[in-house]
Design a protein around this ligand. Structure first.
Ligand code: FAS
Ligand code: PHB
Length: 391
């Protein structure tokens, strides 16, 4: 079999790239390890930057997010028992974010690809990359017991942090940077009325908490927890009681509890692999970088990678241009590191660290107090939260 771009991973990165390339007349095959239902059942990100929404419209999948997405112009920060609103729209000069679950983005992209008759191979086993620094890289995989091989012009590694693509690059050719945080996020999804119209980020002595949503009838909550906590030690009642104890009084009094429809613990890490290209293999999204979700950047960074990669591959296809392919890694990393910094800063400011000294805690409090008392500091948070320009 032959294709122009072999894409590994049918998450948001892989599907968005496949959709954008298809619209430009470039043939792709997408290979996904999991089943279609498994991929569509994942609960992850919830906040889309304006650049991401614009890219979804460019990909022809912006109709539902425009109809169902919730426009948010601010967030609330709570610490030391007080609440402060950060005006995202005012602070960023008019930009906003859209609350719309990654699950829905993935569904919109999957349905668009299937409607276009795309070649999506689910439950592809033992995907392996070959000759990635040659003119004709190859992908092999097994499906229903049969071995397959695809000859490609290029391979896009969109297979997330635990995928095979990054691991196919010789370690001597890759530099990685990592910080693993000493806590995790216990997340709960529930069909309950969100506690507020806007997201609430809380720094509390018991740990971080976040009140988010998927719609005005479906809430998404997180509390900081130990990353090795057994989930069974967090029955719903304990979760709701602990969350309520971390919220400011007004929000706590409004909290509507109900059965969790999803509950999971996610580890938090910052990670970047450089460069994001090796020969004819291009890494995108979580395959190349991870951010702690405190800054709501993970999915949005994947989108900006795909903005750069799709433009580069289209330029090569249409004009034989290689400049954008050659600058892909630099263009992405320039934006990635600024989002890594912002995500690290939000995480450092809002979480309780087990090794924090009383001095560290005072510094954290001073950081928060300065932030809410300074127009310039609030504007800086706003412009990073709504998303820095793609280029
Ligand atoms: P993904 O990981 O989404 O997709 C990669 C795909 O590749 C998967 O479908 C996987 O099955 C497949 N794959 C892996 N190995 C393969 C192989 N060998 N062969 C074939 N296919 C393979 N971001 C936020 O902004 N906010 C959040 O709240 C947030 N919460 C998160 C919670 C969790 C538990 C995780 C893991 C991530 C979270 N993120 C969040 C980040 C997340 O949204 C990612 O940024 C986003 O999924 C990135 O999309 P992809 O790059 O497509 O990677
Ligand atoms: C979510 O709704 O899942 C969400 C929102 C904002 C974040 C992280 C997660 O910073």
């Amino acid at each position: 079999m032959r294709t122009q771009v072999g894409i590994i991973g049918a998450g948001p990165s892989g599907l968005l790239l496949s959709q954008l390339l298809d619209l430009a007349g470039i043939e792709t095959v997408v290979l996904e390890r999991q089943s279609r239902d498994y991929v569509l059942g994942r609960i992850r990100a919830g906040v889309l930057e304006q650049g991401t929404v614009t890219l979804l419209h460019r990909a022809g999948v912006g109709e539902r997010v425009a109809r169902e997405g919730l426009i948010h112009t601010g967030i609330e920060l709570c610490f030391a028992g007080q609440s402060y609103r950060i005006d995202l729209e005012g602070g960023s000069g008019g930009s906003v974010v859209t609350v719309y679950g990654q699950t829905e983005v993935t569904r919109d992209l999957t349905e668009a690809r299937e409607a276009a008759g795309a070649q999506l191979v689910y439950e592809a086993e033992d995907v392996a990359l070959h000759d990635i620094d040659e003119e004709r890289p190859r992908i092999t995989y097994r499906k229903d017991g049969r071995e397959h091989e695809i000859a490609c012009d290029f391979i896009a590694g969109c297979d997330g942090f635990h995928g095979v693509s990054r691991r196919s690059i010789p370690p001597s050719q890759l530099k990685t940077y990592e910080r693993v945080y000493p806590f995790g996020w216990l997340g709960v999804l529930s069909d309950t009325t969100p506690v507020s119209d806007e997201l609430i980020y809380v720094n509390h002595e018991k740990g971080f908490a976040l009140c988010s949503m998927r719609s005005m009838t479906r809430s998404r909550y997180y509390i900081q927890c130990r990353v090795d906590e057994p989930l069974e030690e967090w029955p719903d009642d304990r979760f709701w009681e602990d969350l309520k104890s971390r919220l400011p009084e007004a929000a706590a009094s409004r909290l509507e509890t109900g059965p969790s429809i999803e509950k999971s613990i996610a580890p938090l890490r910052s990670f970047v692999a450089e460069p994001m290209r090796h020969g004819r293999l291009f890494l995108a999204g979580d395959a190349a970088h991870i951010v702690p979700p405190t800054g709501a950047k993970g999915l949005n960074l994947a989108a900006s990678d795909i903005h750069f990669l799709s433009n580069a591959l289209i330029d090569f296809h249409d004009k034989g241009g290689t400049d954008l392919l050659d600058s892909y890694s630099r263009d992405c990393l320039n934006r990635i590191w600024k989002a890594e910094r912002f995500s690290w800063w939000m995480t450092s400011m809002l979480h309780r660290f087990p090794d924090h000294t009383p001095f560290d805690q005072r510094i954290q409090l001073a950081e928060l107090s300065y932030l809410v008392g300074s127009d310039a500091a609030r504007a800086a948070l706003a412009e990073n939260y709504v998303g820095l320009p793609f280029s």
